[in-house]
Design a binder for this molecule. Structure first.
Ligand SMILES: [Zn+2]
Ligand SMILES: [Zn+2]
Length: 346
């Protein structure tokens, strides 16, 4: 099958033929219909080693973890439970299905977890991909493959907003208007935040978040974020989300937070960072870090998409085949007006 293959840190991906995945007894093989390009993959493809806590990629691995597709093969233990032709999305990792972490829907903590972008498991920047049945979820008719591929980034936002213990009527500041920031803005609005202010170093990107639930936008390149939030909301945020995840962004979130605020770090920084603890201590901030989602978050997102309680279609700003994929991936490493670019392998 065709896949976009990682070669070396900072080098463009290359479309190559790689071996077709084969199903284990409890696996499904999907024909990938849509796979979103994620900021994690952009950072990851440039990272040289694992010293900052995020493993480096091995050459010739295939990334891609925001996907939906059609079942083409069913593992021998799953006959009668799954059928060829079913439409599904899946969590990007899968575990044993039996341990406490797996049962809690957090398979990424399982001692036997299988991760994508490894020699064992090619990711979904490919024609086909293998998923563990425990990680797969059926898509209702009303949910398109594109929406199915958006379930993952939407689940990231949902998990972050839950961790923030958002209360109806809260004022929220979201630092960073990329796909993660927009997903967080959608959920803050959904759960009844009164003001959802998004700041970004590119004013246009911040403005765009208004279409997805933000109530105010700040161009951080020329406005003072702290005082602008006060102007826009008549008060101060109870919650500040760092949805950037580069060195320095954690400190910014701390600087923008008022006394007693909850600061939630969502953006995944893959480098060493420094911040000034005293600036968080004297404000008595409540700092929390969030990682991915529970399986239940996927179920909630799929259900809400299927009943049109949330609308995510506008997040897809471009769709590319393999012919344009590697260029599109490189282009996203620089600031652009794209939100989510979808690979459609056909
Ligand atoms: Zn992602
Ligand atoms: Zn397990």
């Amino acid at each position: 099958m065709k896949a976009a293959v990682y070669k070396a840190p900072g080098a463009p991906l290359v479309i190559e033929d790689v071996p077709d995945p084969t199903p284990g007894p409890s696996d499904l093989i999907l024909k990938v219909r849509a796979c979103g390009i994620c900021g994690t993959d952009l950072h990851w493809s440039e990272s040289r080693d694992g010293s900052a806590g995020w493993r480096a990629l091995d050459p010739n691995t295939v990334m891609g973890h925001e996907f939906a597709g059609e079942v083409t093969e069913v593992g021998s233990d799953l006959r009668g439970q799954w059928r060829v032709g079913e439409r599904v999305c899946a969590q990007p990792f899968f575990g044993c299905g039996r341990c406490a972490h797996c049962i809690a829907g957090r398979a990424y903590r399982c001692a036997e977890v299988t991760m994508r972008a490894t020699a064992e498991l090619t990711g979904a920047y490919a024609e086909y991909t293998r998923v563990g049945a425990t990680s797969a979820l059926r898509l209702p008719e009303a949910v398109s493959y594109h929406e199915g591929a958006l379930v993952e980034p939407l689940a990231v936002g949902l998990n972050a907003v839950r961790k923030a213990r958002l209360e109806p009527g809260d004022t929220v500041l979201i630092v960073g208007a990329g796909p993660v920031g927009i997903s967080v803005a959608m959920w803050c609005r959904f759960f009844g935040a009164r003001h959802v202010v998004v700041s970004d170093l590119i004013g246009q990107r911040a403005e765009r978040a208004v279409a997805f639930g933000a109530t105010g936008a700040i161009d951080a390149s020329r406005e003072d974020v702290y005082s602008r939030v006060e102007q826009l909301t008549g008060g101060q945020p109870q919650v500040v989300f760092d949805c950037v995840g580069v060195p320095g962004s954690l400190q910014l979130a701390i600087d923008y937070a008022p006394f007693d605020a909850r600061v939630v770090i969502v953006g995944l920084c893959m480098a060493a960072d420094r911040f000034y603890p005293a600036k968080a201590i004297t404000k008595e901030l409540d700092l929390s870090f969030v990682f991915v989602y529970r399986k239940r978050d996927f179920e909630i997102v799929i259900d809400l998409l299927g009943r049109e309680r949330i609308d995510a279609g506008g997040l897809v700003t471009d769709r590319v085949g393999f012919d344009r994929f590697c260029q599109a991936f490189e282009a996203l490493k620089k600031p652009s007006n794209q939100i989510k670019v979808m690979l459609e392998p056909d």
